[in-house]
Structures are given as structure tokens and as C-alpha cells.
Design a protein around this ligand. Structure first.
Ligand code: ADP
Ligand code: MG
Length: 514
């Protein structure tokens, strides 16, 4: 402000600085000269940090990195001509990286008739961060920098809103969910787009809930910590080569990912591509599903859609593990239930896990649970016994539930119910099968009666029974069962009848597995 009241004057440079500040632009890197020096001074005055560099190229790299790190574009300030030419390297890099950046160059003076381009600023900010983020250039004529204008004649444009969040088509989300659920060797590739989108929370949830392996790209590293058990970074080549379904979260199938082509990938690998840029979809490969939208939003859509479907083993055990008291006894039997449960459910104490054992016996679970509960009641009142049973395994000694209720033992029984031994059928398919002949000739021997209400077994004796089909119901009933010390409970957990464990990695082990 040069004078008082309505006569106060500001320079073009001050207007630029203020306009940038109003757009929440907080960092400027550059090399000053005529006519942009005033802009750097004005920027410092309004609280924008100015870092003077030695070459515009480095300044531009720095400004683009600030954009990636903060989500608001950094400014690279250069003089025209050679200054801008040097900055081009950084602009190209920001463009290719999809990082927001504003390059401001000072050019020579221009004639009056093209004046009034203040609004270029919000436009520049907006175009750098909306849609696919990237570089943009604002050319400021020299006479504009030094022009004096009346303060009251200026109206700064309000800070542009954060980029609107777009979601993917619902049908595509369902298709992706079903592809993922039926994958034998799924793989998530997490790119720097996911990092920029700040999707770490939702992606980690997806990884853990569905127990999916993931591979970060160089700058996707850290979206989920590198030492996460599901990170397959150490076996990158192998993970890429054997995956049958790959989800790309903000990563392009360029040279970094070997263009998505054989021999680095299976020839028939199915790609699910998540990107905010429509033009990117289908680049180099023909994707099985494309999810056009913001990564964070799309991941949440995926999570919601995974939830609405029947649960699988991994979803169930993920939620059980979340609530498992550290000092509990874990008893388990079943085929898939015991095998998969063992990989997810954690033990923290010695002699606190009892299962089918050396002999692979089914029917030991309830007896073992009763023993553990009797010992626990003596030594450590309040200690719980969690008994994780397959539906078939439960059937071997199900009547011991009466014993459990008679002595009011602190046992929570979980029946992971897939309507069968190894695998069952859903109710509709079961009905169809029965139409084709007598059950004893047509019913698959592995099948048990679909939709069996095993929880009624415990309510018959005064215990608490729950029938659950969704993760929310599972969480709630488990919480109640663990809190309620007055009664034993049984949670009948319906899962996808065809749910499978992940394919055995070492094929020579497969035949010896139960
Ligand atoms: P990497 O090098 O880690 O593989 P790339 O730069 O190849 O990552 O890919 C990043 C991708 O992320 C780009 O295609 C870009 O369009 C996309 N992207 C950036 N921000 C978002 C977002 N918020 N939501 C979805 N995709 C995004
Ligand atoms: Mg990439």
C-alpha cells in the first residue's frame, strides 16, 4: 500500500503474490531477474516462502515436488527466454509425473489491450490440480509487474475448491470386486497416483480386509509400509509374473511396469485399472475392468462392495483378529477354517493354541475348548476361550454345547459356515441339484445342508446365538460375546460357499495338504 485510504496503490507484483496466497499457494522456487524480482519480494511479503535456486531446472523440479507433497501447486519463478527454456525440463517432468506445478515467467511488456488477466491465477491453480494433476505456465508481462493499481480496484478470486471427487461406475465396481474375489493370485500395484490421492487409509483397509498382496512402484513405496506382511516388494518379478488379476492404483503400465506385457506378466492376466485420467485407461493392455475416478473414492466403493457380498475366510479372520483378546485360548478345527485361520489369527502365549493336531482329528474342538475353559476359570478368571470351527467340524461334537451351557463356560464358539466340507453349495444351486434326482445319488458328498442355523444349537440350552452375514454383524456379535461374561455364545458366520484359500505357492506341497 503506497498511500492511505481509497487512494492506496499496489503493484502488479503484489497483486500476483496476493492472488497466489489467496489460492493457498505457499512455496516459490526460482531464479530472479528482470522483470520477476519484484514478484519474489512481494511473495515473501505475503508469507510465501521463496527459495532462490541456481538453475531454473532444479527450481522447477523443486516446485513440482512441493505440489506432489502438499497437493497445492508450488511456483517456479523464472525470467523469460533462457529462464523458461531451462524450466521446461522441470515442466516436462511434472507433466509426466502428473504433479501440480505453476511456472510463472516474466516476459517483455505488452500492449494495453490484453490487460486484465488476474483471473489467470485461479485458472492456473485449478488446472494444475483438477483432473490429472500437471504443470501449467503463466506468462506475466514486465509492465504488469510494475504497474500501480488502486487497491480497491482489485478483487482477488476466492481460493479454488479442492478438486471435485469423482467415483467409478457402480457396475464396474461390482465387476472388479468379483474378479478380485475369484482371483487365485491377486496383486495390487500401488503407484504414486495413490500417494498423491492420499488413499493410504482406504487402500490399507482393502489390503488387510481381503488379505491382498501388494507391490509398490518406486514412489508408491510407503503408501502402505514396506514391512507390511502383505508387501511382496522383495519378490517383485515373481509377483508380476504369476498374478492372474492385477489392480493398478494410480500406476501406469509404462516402462517401470514393463508395459504390462509378457514375458513379465501372464499373457492372460486381467488388469483392473484405477485412474483419474480417462485417456490413461487401456494404455498398452486391454483392461478387464476400468475404474475411472479418484483412487480414494474408488477404493472406498470397492470396500463397500466387498462388504455387501458374502464374506470369505480372510474377511472373517481379519475381523476376528481385530477383536481377539491377546491372552485368549484359541481352539480350532476344520479344513480351510483351520488352515487359513492359523495364518491370520495370532497367538501371543505358549500352550494357548489347540487344534486338530498330529492326527488331523475332527471333533476334538469342543472337548479341547471345555478343557481350556475349565483350566482358565481356575487360573485366570476372565480369560476367554475362542473356538473357531468349520461347519463340518462343529458337527462332530456339536452336542457338547450342552456341556458348555451346563457349566456356563467362558467360551465363544465361531462356526465358519460354508455349507460343506472344504466347499459347499448356495441354497439355490442346492435346490437345482436336488431336482436332477435323489439326493443320495446327485448331492455332492462334500455338501452339507445350506443355510443351517447352527446358532440354534446353543439357544436351545440358554446360551447366546448369533447368525451373521456381514462384517458389521460379525464385529457387533463378537464384541457382545466377548463383553458378556454371563453366558457362552455361538456365532454362526455365513461365508461364500465356494470361498477358497489362496493357491498354494509351492505346488509340491499341495497334494499333502488336508
Ligand atoms: P508410478 O510411476 O508410481 O507407476 P504413474 O505416474 O505411472 O505412477 O501413475 C500415476 C497415475 O495416477 C496417473 O495415471 C494419474 O492420472 C493418476 N492419478 C493421480 N491422481 C489421482 C487420483 N486422485 N485418483 C486417481 N488417479 C490419480
Ligand atoms: Mg507407473
Amino acid at each position: 500500500e503506497r498511500s492511505n485510504g481509497s487512494e492506496a496503490q499496489v503493484s502488479g507484483a503484489e497483486v500476483i503474490a496476493q492472488a497466489l496466497k489467496a489460492q493457498d499457494v505457499n512455496y516459490m522456487f526460482g531464479i530472479v531477474g528482470i522483470p520477476v524480482t519484484e514478484i519474489s519480494l512481494a511473495a515473501q511479503k505475503v508469507g510465501i516462502r521463496y527459495v532462490g535456486m541456481r538453475n531454473e531446472q532444479a527450481a522447477c523440479y523443486a516446485a513440482s515436488a512441493v505440489g506432489y507433497l502438499t497437493g497445492r501447486p508450488g511456483v517456479c519463478l523464472v525470467v523469460s527466454g533462457p529462464g523458461l527454456i531451462h524450466a521446461l525440463g522441470g515442466m516436462a517432468n511434472a507433466y509426466m509425473n502428473c504433479w501440480p506445478l505453476i511456472v510463472i515467467g516474466g516476459s517483455s511488456e505488452r500492449s494495453q489491450e490484453t490487460m486484465g488477466a488476474f483471473q489467470e491465477f485461479p485458472q492456473a491453480v485449478r488446472s494444475s490440480i483438477y483432473g490429472r494433476p500437471g504443470a501449467c505456465y503463466v506468462d506475466i508481462p514486465a509492465d504488469f509487474v510494475n504497474l500501480q493499481v488502486n487497491v480497491n480496484s482489485i478483487k482477488y478470486v476466492e481460493c479454488c475448491l479442492p478438486p471435485p471427487v469423482c467415483m467409478a461406475e457402480t457396475s464396474a465396481v461390482c465387476m472388479a470386486a468379483s474378479l478380485l474375489r475369484n482371483a487365485k493370485q491377486p496383486l495390487l500395484i500401488i503407484g504414486k497416483g495413490a500417494a498423491y490421492a492420499r488413499a493410504e487409509h482406504s487402500i490399507r483397509k482393502l489390503v488387510e480386509q481381503c488379505q491382498l498382496p501388494f507391490l509398490p512402484t518406486p514412489m508408491g513405496k510407503g503408501v502402505i509400509r514396506d514391512n507390511h506382511p502383505n508387501c511382496v516388494g522383495a519378490a517383485r518379478s515373481r509377483a508380476l509374473q504369476f498374478a492372474d488379476v492385477i489392480v493398478l492404483f494410480g500406476a501406469r503400465l509404462n516402462w517401470i511396469l514393463h508395459f504390462g506385457l509378457p514375458p513379465r506378466y501372464q499373457p492372460d492376466v486381467k488388469f483392473i485399472q484405477v485412474d483419474i485420467c480417462a485417456e490413461e485407461l487401456g494404455n498398452n493392455v486391454r483392461p478387464a475392468v476400468t475404474l475411472l475416478g479418484d483412487i480414494n473414492a474408488v477404493t472406498q466403493q470397492e470396500l463397500a462392495s466387498q462388504k455387501s457380498l458374502p464374506m470369505n475366510y480372510y474377511t472373517v479372520f481379519y475381523h476376528v483378529q481385530e477383536q481377539l483378546p491377546r491372552d485368549c485360548f484359541l481352539v480350532s478345527e476344520g479344513a480351510n477354517t483351520m488352515d487359513i485361520g492359523r495364518t491370520v489369527l495370532q497367538n501371543y502365549l505358549p500352550r494357548h493354541r489347540l487344534d486338530a493336531g498330529t492326527f488331523g482329528t475332527m471333533g476334538v474342538g469342543l472337548g479341547f475348548a471345555i478343557a481350556a475353559a475349565v483350566v482358565a476359570k481356575d487360573r485366570n478368571p476372565g480369560q476367554r476361550v475362542i473356538c473357531v470351527e468349520g461347519d463340518s467340524a462343529f458337527g462332530f461334537s456339536g452336542m457338547e454345547v450342552e456341556t458348555i451351557c451346563r457349566y456356563n463356560l467362558p467360551i465363544v464358539l465361531l462356526v465358519v459356515n460354508n455349507n460343506g466340507i472344504y466347499q459347499g453349495l448356495d441354497a439355490d444351486t442346492w435346490k437345482e441339484v436336488l431336482k436332477s434326482g435323489d439326493a443320495t445319488t446327485v448331492a455332492p458328498p462334500v455338501c452339507l445342508l445350506p443355510h443351517s442355523h447352527y446358532e440354534h444349537v446353543i439357544t436351545a440350552f440358554g446360551g447366546k446365538g448369533y447368525f451373521v452375514q456381514t462384517p458389521e454383524e460379525l464385529q457387533k456379535s463378537l464384541r457382545q460375546s466377548l463383553e458378556d461374561l454371563t453366558k457362552p455364545s455361538l456365532i454362526n458366520i455365513m461365508i461364500e460357499p465356494q470361498a477358497m484359500r489362496k493357491a498354494q505357492d509351492f505346488h509340491w506341497l499341495t497334494s499333502s495338504k488336508i
